[in-house]
Design a protein around this ligand. Structure first.
Ligand code: F0G
Length: 462
């Protein structure tokens, strides 16, 4: 095949051993379900969903090796064998010195924010993530966006929209002083920008800048393998390097990390905090006992730690990532053929539809992305997620954030759906696009205090 001019497809490096049956619903049933859910796809019962693209978090299909490792889980309260396997995997593949398991990513964010952030501190980052920013704010910090402008433009074809604008960072440093900046928050494959990577060159430049000032880089490595895939495919000099080696190089440029293993690490639950600093580790080890559990399980069962240790290795396989991102790109191209406005370049973990362009007759206060997600569900039972004004939430003074990006995320779980499912998704999006002019917006009728997108309720405007 390699000698042929025919382009090699992204086909999966696995076959299906077990299937999960899905309920097929009628439009009448879906209309009832979405009404009961207050037009919020988070509040639907998953049983009523046909293809679930709400998130790629915890929705991965584990391999036969991971499933069989569950039986090896050592459920000892202290010093579990499974913990030492997880620690060894993190050291081997990511290279961080000290690790604390946590039940998921936000638990690591909570502990780290409490340790490193003092009231009035400023945390610059390459775009916010909902839980990460909230924990920074709850610890008394202020998040500042230092991502390049292109990241806020859904149509910029910049290949590394996750890059930091060093000039923006320099302004923040000059304004507040390095002492007020406990760390820079760097996500690999920036979720809210549409699953967009940071380049190795940019990260290196950032490292050089922060080293001079003694500022840490804390790595949100939730989707580091997908980011490494893009570096391999797009950045000069990395084409022949393995994803495994690129991931380790990325980690080596940072001082610590928080990880939601529910994404790239191919499990259904789990996370960890990693650091190269003994002092930070010592304090985290104290705090994890308060919030999660003993430092050798951190809220996880031994079997979960076994599955993560294997999932980390599987996620760094070049063939896996080629198929993973290949499937996402397949869906994206299909949607573009139908004329649907999506964020470009196509990201790593899903397709992000530009709801402002899809429903231009709605103002942002009428929740175009929330509306579109509800309409897609009604059309076909495909569940997507709002990533716009609802997700952005309110500032400390109570005002709404008005993010430039008003997106609907079609997040693809890893190793779960087939190419035919991708076709159904694109066709449904096209059907809704055809009748877009008749779609009415929403008003919010219930708003929770924190992370409102999870539980808010909406009614259709008359
Ligand atoms: N960081 C990023 C970039 C994330 O995408 C997530 C979760 C977290 C941290 C928090 O991790 O869920 O394990 O506590 N993102 C999910 C999503 C919820 O759907 O994008 P967690």
């Amino acid at each position: 095949m390699k000698d042929s001019k025919i382009k090699q497809s992204w086909a999966e490096p696995y076959k299906i051993k077990m299937v999960e049956l899905l309920k097929m619903t009628t439009k009448k049933q879906r209309l009832k379900a979405i009404k009961e859910a207050g037009n919020n796809t988070f509040l639907l019962h998953s049983e009523d969903v046909y293809i679930d693209l709400l998130t790629d978090s915890g929705t991965n299909a584990m391999s036969d090796v991971q499933w069989s490792a569950l039986m090896l889980g050592d459920e000892a309260y202290a010093g579990s064998k499974s913990y030492y396997k997880l620690e060894a995997a993190i050291k081997k593949y990511y290279g961080y010195k000290y690790i604390i398991p946590t039940h998921q990513g936000r638990a690591a964010e909570n502990i780290l924010s409490k340790i490193l952030i003092k009231k009035g501190d400023v945390i610059p980052g390459n775009m916010y993530f909902t839980t990460t920013r909230l924990h920074q704010e709850l610890a008394g910090g202020i998040f500042t966006d230092i991502i390049i402008d292109e990241a806020h433009d859904p149509y910029s074809e910049h290949l590394f929209k996750g890059n930091v604008d060093i000039a923006k960072l320099d302004k923040v440093v000059k304004k507040y002083g390095a002492k007020k900046i406990p760390y820079i928050s760097i996500a690999t494959n920036v979720n809210m920008a549409g699953g967009q990577p940071i380049s190795f060159a940019n990260l290196k430049e950032l490292r050089a800048y922060t080293s001079k000032l003694g500022i840490r880089i804390i790595h949100d490595m939730t989707r580091v393998a997908e980011n490494a895939y893009f570096i391999q495919q797009r950045e000069k000099g990395y084409g022949k390097k393995s994803i495994q080696s690129i991931v380790k190089e990325i980690c080596s440029l940072t001082d610590g990390a928080t990880m939601s293993a529910k994404k790239d690490a191919l499990v259904n639950i789990g996370g960890f905090l990693a650091t190269n600093e003994w002092d930070v580790f010592e304090e985290a080890r104290n705090m994890v006992v308060v919030y999660e559990g003993l430092h050798t399980y951190g809220g996880l069962a031994g079997r979960d730690m076994e599955a993560i240790a294997i999932g980390i290795a599987e996620s760094l396989d070049d063939n896996h990532q080629h198929a993973r991102v290949g499937q996402v790109e397949y869906l994206g191209h299909k949607m573009m053929e139908f004329g649907i406005p999506i964020v470009k370049p196509i990201g790593g973990h899903g397709i992000f539809v530009d709801a402002k362009a899809f429903l231009p007759h709605l103002t942002q206060d009428q929740f175009p992305a929330q509306t579109l997600a509800a309409e897609l569900y009604i059309d076909s039972g495909v569940r997507t997620m709002e990533r716009g004004i609802v997700s952005a939430g309110r500032k400390a003074n109570g005002e709404n954030y008005y993010p430039k990006l008003e997106l609907v995320r079609f997040t693809i779980p890893r190793r779960v759906y087939t190419q035919a499912h991708m076709d159904v998704i694109a066709e449904s999006a096209a059907a809704v696009y055809e009748r877009r002019k008749s779609i009415k917006g929403l008003k919010m009728v219930y708003e929770p205090k924190y992370l409102r997108f999870f539980q808010a309720k909406f009614e259709t405007l008359k």
